[in-house]
Design a protein around this ligand. Sequence first.
Ligand code: ATP
Length: 372
Amino acid sequence: MTTAQRGPSSLPARQVAVRIRNLRKTFDEQEALKQIDLDIYEGEFLSLLGPSGCGKTTLLRIIAGFEQPDQGEVSIGGVDTLPIPPHKRPVNTVFQSYALFPHMTVLDNVLFGLKMAKVPRQEALKRAERVMAMVEIESFTKRKPHQLSGGQKQRVALARAIVNEPKVLLLDEPLGALDLKLRKQLQVELMQLQRRVGITFIYVTHDQEEALVMSDRIAVMQTGLIDQLGSVEEVYERPKTRYVATFLGSSNLIDGVVRRYQDGVASIDTALGELRSSIGSYTPNSPVTLAVRPEKIYVKSDASAYYLENVLEGVVEDIIYTGVENQYLIRVKDRTFAAYVMNKALTEHEAFNIGNQVKLIIPAQSVVPLND
Ligand code: ATP
């Protein structure tokens, strides 16, 4: 793995901040949460990632106390939380819609929670100032929400949410209303803010890139269940299911049957020929689906230097130019493979045209077996 390690393993303590057990919730006939078991650690940034309707907001709302489950347990800091009303829970929520008080100034919005908690005025002002500086809104504390841009409003909402020092901050697609450039900037700022304040963040998003950029761990959800939970590197590099392999980034999927598994290397018979994989574990003679990320594939005119890898022959069918990379669609027998090649200087890679014969080189450690 080449990416920097983040995640709970790199955190000093692994105390559980939020424990969720056997959580179920049905609305009318609709099973929003079928069965959720999840531990979220103190100081971690965990994203609930999944498509619209998979139940992520319902899970967040149950943690916040806006919704009661039909069954199950939620504890925060070791305390059974379900009997506690939302405003008394050690959590705060940031919504996509900001939910600021329109008639109050920025400063009064930020001070509001502290006033409710009866924090003395001088101390409250000090805390508000510190937090407003952190999210860089100190220069417009006297403005009202209608005098702010979307990004500025969301910074105020964040300041208001963290000034009370909740144990857990719940964020429901907070960047969803912002344009792409601002969203990308705030993703990085939010991640840095979370590290500075050390509060546990639970972040709902349907945007896989957002989840990858910011999170320590991601829970990939599908129809009321968590399909896979792991560090960003685990879920991206070692997806366990077809769903995760294709929802989180894209993957080429190849069905086959394991012929041999010896010394950590599997030989798999596929319609494209024999493929070798050196990660995961295999059972000889059993069917398996393999996933290969498009950016792990090398596209070359000559494969002679790659004799230890899997080599397939194909013809370039189409090329999608994204600026950052060339996405080649390459016909191999009756299949089309996606292979992404970084758009480096032409001296560093070969460029191909539609119709060119090419070799696809797939390292054995990039051939990932899926469970289903
Ligand atoms: P989105 O990204 O679109 O917000 P989500 O993953 O957050 O989706 P939820 O809002 O948790 O999904 O909804 C899960 C399922 O429960 C959906 O099928 C939704 O229609 C249903 N649902 C949610 N809230 C209610 C409600 N109050 N009454 C009836 N059905 C609901």
